[in-house]
Design a protein around this ligand. Sequence first.
Ligand code: HEC
Ligand code: HEC
Ligand code: HEC
Ligand code: HEC
Ligand code: HEC
Length: 448
Amino acid sequence: MTLRFYTFVFFLLFLIALFGIVLSGCSDSGVIPEDTEPIDTTSVPMQISDFTSAEDCKSCHPQYYDEWSGSSHAYAIKDPVFQALRNVGQSLYIGSLDGACTKCHSAAGMRTGDIKWGPYQVDQLHPVSQEGVTCDICHSISNVHTISNAGFDLAPSDTKFGSTQDPDSNSFHKSEYSPLFESSDLCGSCHDLKTEDDVPLEAAYLEWETAGFGMTAKTCQDCHMPEYIGEMIPGGQQRTLHKHTFVGGAIPLIDFPNKAEHMLLVEEMLQSALSMSLSAPTTVTTGTVDSLTVSLTNDKTGHKVPTGTPFNRQMWLSVLIKDEIGNIIFESGQFDANGDLKNEYSEFPERDSALYNAQSTLIRRNGTHADGTWDAATIDNRSIAPNQTKNVLYLFEIPDGLSGTLEAEVKLRYRSFGPYFLRDLGLDSLLPIPIVDMNVDTITITIE
Ligand code: HEC
Ligand code: HEC
Ligand code: HEC
Ligand code: HEC
Ligand code: HEC
């Protein structure tokens, strides 16, 4: 995408926004984001130079650097989808949305004023701001006062907080044990996003807490920072350590460190999320309408699936029922010519009326679909809750005169965005988006 294109889109959106505000008196179009006033950077007590770059941690903690550098945390502000979406929101609110996005995606840049109010070029920011959710953000979190909306206190200094009780001393930094590092609260401070009216739009922590996981053993770290035995620095003591790959469902869509390895981890993660089972009659008669039921149970995660940004994620069922010579007698969850599902986002008229897609929708105060979180008053969340089973029923007709057997192939598929979404943002160059098959199963039906 060229800069000129962005400038043009910006200008266009600016005009539309201005026009909209003049017409509506700036009232009912959406929820005004929290940070509507520019921050006075002169009174911010922290400087960006108070934070240490991950490059400096690398000399002693190369393994951590390697794992983190391929994670979504390292991608958080380089992410072209983040940038494009922020620019759209930004133009609608004429520049007042800055803090609302960067307070989680680049907290050091935002809180020190390195990220100035208004448009910015990521590659012109201080290197630490460009590192997004970098080592020295998490390891400088001294307290979580609110679980959501970046409700953490940052205390950058030469003391790094962590969960090791008796770390060896070193010449570069002091270490301090903090129980927060073993707690889901640390993650919840960024991973939950609420509107001004306290409506949760992103809610991994809330879902985890509601499911009763707060009472049991498993924290976010247990699943997303798995334990292993190793050395914190080369030649150091053998200890129980924690992986810093932060694997979820998404992978960077641009060239990024360790992308192929990270993709394998993502596949493993998604394939260990849900259980799927199929049920259909073993024998059917020609000319009748029969049913196939697909049951999806969220029995292995600590939150809804999908979670995080469930309004972006597509998790859907692909169903193909074929006769013995391969003719399709029923299908659902297949693509249109653009690679989109045949639902309201498709540019073509054909609709897949049986489609099961767990993607959520953001809703404005007036009930219409919102373009982004800045504009949403609530969410129609269609994700599957922990320990919940979702039964999806498909009805199919056996054509007259057919004999032999039918085979039904069912796939539960996942991708981080629908192609339409990236096209709308002018990000066609990032297509195609990788698809992961989370569960695959087949069932054979005999025709009497
Ligand atoms: C000069 C080498 C060196 C550098 C550079 C360095 N560390 Fe360390 N770090 C160590 C050593 C040594 C330990 C303790 C190892 C042990 O006890 O096995 C340690 C321990 C830690 C711990 C564990 C603290 C705890 O209580 O759990 C954290 C967290 C940490 N470092 C983060 C960082 C971060 C973040 C950076 C970059 C800003 C960094 N380190 C840079 C040498 C270094
Ligand atoms: C019992 C294991 C488990 C626990 C506990 C757990 N997760 Fe997950 N998480 C998973 C699995 C498996 C996936 C992949 C399925 C998915 O994408 O929803 C996942 C996916 C995610 C995703 C990516 C979702 C997407 O589709 O984009 C985020 C974000 C996330 N988890 C955050 C958290 C946070 C925050 C916590 C703690 C409040 C947490 N997880 C606790 C297992 C767990
Ligand atoms: C998203 C937050 C986050 C980021 C980013 C992060 N860490 Fe950590 N780190 C943690 C947490 C949480 C723990 C403790 C996990 C636990 O006890 O379950 C930890 C533990 C550690 C430890 C102690 C040993 C261990 O494995 O438990 C070291 C050393 C460390 N991190 C270094 C780094 C370095 C170096 C970077 C950047 C390359 C980094 N961390 C980035 C959250 C983070
Ligand atoms: C300072 C804010 C912040 C903190 C603290 C934080 N995260 Fe994140 N996390 C993010 C952001 C922002 C992203 C998404 C970046 C992107 O892709 O644009 C993310 C992405 C992730 C993903 C990948 C999601 C996906 O869809 O694949 C996982 C998994 C994850 N974080 C787990 C954790 C865990 C576990 C903790 C606590 C130990 C934690 N995070 C703490 C901000 C944070
Ligand atoms: C409260 C902290 C927080 C705020 C504020 C926030 N985000 Fe995020 N964002 C996250 C976390 C955490 C994730 C990871 C969830 C996941 O990937 O499933 C994320 C994920 C995303 C993703 C998906 C990344 C990917 O590539 O898969 C996009 C795009 C995004 N955010 C854009 C924005 C924009 C634009 C804004 C401002 C309107 C914003 N975010 C505000 C925390 C935040």
